[in-house]
Each structure stands twice: as C-alpha cells, then as structure tokens.
Design a protein around this ligand. Sequence first.
Ligand SMILES: Nc1ncnc2c1ncn2[C@@H]1O[C@H](COP(=O)(O)OP(=O)(O)OP(=O)(O)O)[C@@H](O)[C@H]1O
Length: 313
Amino acid sequence: MAVKEKLIEVKHLKQYFNVGKANEVRAVDDLTFDIYKGETLGLVGESGCGKSTTGRTIIRLYNATAGEVLYGGKNVHAKMSHKELKHFRRKMQMIFQDPYASLNPRLKVADVIAEGIDIHGLAKSNEERMHRVYELLETVGLSKEHANRYPHEFSGGQRQRIGIARALAVDPEFIIADEPISALDVSIQAQVVNLLKKLQKEHDLTYLFIAHDLSMVKYISDRIGVMYFGKLVELADADDLYNHPHHPYTQSLLSAIPLPDPDYERTRQRKIYDPSVHQYKEGEEVKMREVAPHHFVYCSERELEQYKKTYHG
Ligand SMILES: Nc1ncnc2c1ncn2[C@@H]1O[C@H](COP(=O)(O)OP(=O)(O)OP(=O)(O)O)[C@@H](O)[C@H]1O
C-alpha cells in the first residue's frame, strides 16, 4: 500500500465557548486525528456533538482555545500575515448544509460563483471571469444560461451545486462539506454525493464530510470518525467501522440506520447508548487506542482488551 501523505494534522484541538462562565461549552475537547491527501474523512455524531465547530476551527473561522492544526506541516492557528491567511483561506473551502442561507440572494449566480475569483484576483479580465464561471457551472452539472439568474430560482439540489461551484472557483485542495445533503430530498442526495465524488477524482480534492447519521456517509467516506460530546470516540476505515463497531456509542448510531431489507428491519434492535457502561475507575486513563490496524477507539486499557477479544467475533 502506498504511504499516505498527511494533508492535515489536528493535535489536541480544543474549542471552548463562554470559557469560565456557567454556560461554558466544550464543543471540541482534545481532538487528535489526521486527514490524508485525497481521502474523504467522514465525521458523524448527533446534533450538538461539535462536528461543525471542529470544521470551523480547522479552517480558522474560530481561533482554537488550545491545540494545533497543521496544514501541509504549517500551523493554521499560528500568527500569520494577511497574505498567508488569504492563501490558506483559498486552499480550504466550505460547503454548507443550507445552500440558500449561504448564497447571497441579491447576487446573480455568476457573481455568487465569482466571489472568490474576485477576492483572490484569479481572472485578468471580465471575459476570463465569465469563461471560468461558465466552465464551473458545467462542471457541477448546470449550464451557462443559469449564470444570470438568482439563487431563489433554483431547487435545493441545484443551489447546492451552485455552492459547490463557488467553492471550486478558487481551486481549493481541501473542502469541508458540512451536512451538504441533509436539507435535500433523498432522491437528490445521491446525485450531490456522486458529484462530490466525481469532483474529488478530477480535482484531487481532500474532504471532511460532516453528517449526523451514518447512512450516506459510508458511501462517500474512506474513513469515519465518530464524535460524542466534543470527543472522538472511534476512528476507522469506513467498512471496518460498519463491520466491527466497538464503542457502544458507534453501535448505537449504527443500530439507528433503517435498511431496505424487511427481514432485517423486523429484527433490527435499536441500541441506546448509556455512558455509565464504562464504569471507569479513579485514575484510569481513557484515550484513543488502536484496537486493530488503523482502528482507534476511545477507551481504557481494560476496555481495549475486551474490544480486541471481540474484534473477530
Ligand atoms: N458560537 C458559539 N457560541 C457558543 N456555543 C456554541 C457556538 N457554536 C456552537 N456552540 C455549542 O457547541 C456545541 C457544538 O455545536 P456544533 O454546532 O459544533 O455541533 P454539531 O455537531 O455540528 O451540531 P449540528 O449538527 O446541530 O450542527 C453545541 O453545544 C453548541 O450549542
């Protein structure tokens, strides 16, 4: 297997809100993981567990409370010049859940898409700018004729395509897709996921794909990280996570996915996660531990031994 190159290294990242106040929230609480060049890392967990905050802190929309994010070996959260920050901002783009809320309704589609081109001075003339816009519209499955319309004239799926074209306009390397399909009809979801997969191959992109359930994320992700209350509780190759989930929270998320097979559905048992099952003793160290190659679970030494025993069970 080829050695994978790390594009992003997240090290002991913390993002707390309202620090020191009664309503302090530890939205991201000591996360450590890598994102490899060209892969899709899925990040899943229930609403409020800190997925969006993780994404936003990685691209420095928030200043981290503690920890580091290395991008190509450089700390994104270090002090940097305006020019350097602008460079990072170009390399890392974001696609949002609600394409309508994230597209300025007063701008024509051409101007929405060209926003980054203008900010970064990527076109020398208006002709070049429009040529690029038309090209991007075609890349995402829309057409030249759409350039003069306004976002409200499009369906949800088409708006998401516009959001994708806008992100692609600055030729990024890394895209955070924050629940990009959650607001779309199920029939449209697969189309958008397929488009993202196609673009990844064509443009050599790396994705962090955020989702609150595990059904579609399996289809797009190479690896999946499961988050619970600001912490990563399991991280593994996508198939491995589905076939050998160890953390009881991962098992609970998986048990919530309905399948089209009626026999399976009749016997499917919803598992509810009860954090008290861990029964950690005073002083017991709980951290990410490797239960099998490339498969990490947040657990104690004692739990690791149990998990290893059941790995092939
Ligand atoms: N700017 C903020 N100020 C204070 N608290 C915040 C802020 N942003 C997020 N939070 C809190 O941090 C926690 C994590 O929120 P976050 O949006 O990252 O979760 P999420 O897993 O992405 O959820 P969702 O799927 O609902 O977007 C939540 O308790 C949220 O209320």
